[in-house]
Write a protein that binds this ligand. Structure first.
Ligand SMILES: NC(=O)c1ccc[n+]([C@@H]2O[C@H](COP(=O)([O-])OP(=O)(O)OC[C@H]3O[C@@H](n4cnc5c(N)ncnc54)[C@H](OP(=O)(O)O)[C@@H]3O)[C@@H](O)[C@H]2O)c1
Length: 242
């Protein structure tokens, strides 16, 4: 099997389920050993690590609440102790909190910003010593909500717009050793999500479909290998933002 990422180590945040899980499996399929980060989804994280072990790669599930700087530091210490290196950091963990102007509480604001923006920064900061050694790569997750203003998701949109600027700042700050890019997905179809999200997106997007976790995994694989690309936002939205 073609394994271009053999002997490389990836850490994917929020990798127990959904998009993060698909990315972890793709990176393992390409040969990487993978740290499955999770917060609450322990059984799914353990299952993901077992799935990756079956592919012949090393994997471990590590818990951390990414709203805690101490827990972020511990996550990367454990990664260094276990694997001794880190080549790929994928900041996928996030929340998606709805709130209009009048119902945005301080708690909603802080939870959106802490999880979606502060955590990716401090994960990057904690990963930098290892990533500089390996000439590694960071892939952040923005959202088309960081480009389009959604009045029902103000804190979310602000957090994801912040991820776009964070990506550009980090790309400049960490070059030439570390490349930093972001993916801004539109609606990615996942079981359990409201079907009206899908229908609305299909109606508005020129390609008349939603994305799949494979679409996102393809984009991550591209950015991992794209040696001349840094500071960019890959908008993965079937043309929805045009
Ligand atoms: N799904 C979409 O259509 C879509 C569209 C645009 C952008 N995106 C972006 O793509 C990425 C992945 O999307 P997704 O839908 O797969 O994400 P998700 O299911 O909403 O969240 C992924 C994981 O984030 C983790 N997480 C949340 N708060 C955390 C915290 N305080 N500390 C640590 N982990 C925390 C959770 O882990 P545990 O379950 O272990 O607690 C959760 O499983 C996100 O950044 C999202 O904003 C997704």
């Amino acid at each position: 099997m073609n394994a271009p990422l053999q002997n490389r180590v990836a850490l994917v945040t929020g990798a127990a389920k959904r998009i993060g899980h698909a990315l972890a499996v793709r990176l393992a399929t390409e040969g990487a050993d993978v740290v499955i980060h999770y917060n609450r989804s322990k059984s799914e994280a353990d299952a993901a690590a077992a799935e990756i072990a079956k592919l012949g790669r090393k994997s471990i599930a590590l818990q951390a609440d990414l709203c805690s700087l101490a827990e972020i530091k511990h996550l990367f210490q454990q990664t260094a102790e276990r694997f001794g290196r880190l080549d790929i950091l994928v900041n996928s963990a996030a929340n998606f909190l709805p709130a209009h102007v009048e119902d945005t509480t301080e708690k909603i604001w802080d939870t959106a910003l802490d999880t979606n923006l502060k955590a990716p920064f401090f994960c990057a900061q904690a990963a930098v010593p290892l990533l500089k050694q390996s000439h590694g790569v960071i892939i952040n997750f923005a959202d088309i909500g960081g480009i389009l203003p959604w009045p029902g998701y103000i804190a979310h949109c602000a957090s994801k717009a912040g991820v776009i600027m964070l990506t550009k700042c980090l790309a400049k700050a960490l070059a030439p050793e570390v490349r930093v890019n972001a993916i801004a997905p539109g609606t990615i179809t996942m079981s359990g999500d409201p079907s009206e999200w899908e229908a609305d997106f299909i109606r508005r997007a020129p390609l008349h479909r939603t994305g799949t976790t494979d679409d996102v995994a393809d984009a991550v694989a591209y950015l991992v290998h794209a040696k001349f690309v840094t500071g960019q936002v890959l908008v993965l939205d079937g043309g929805r933002t045009l």
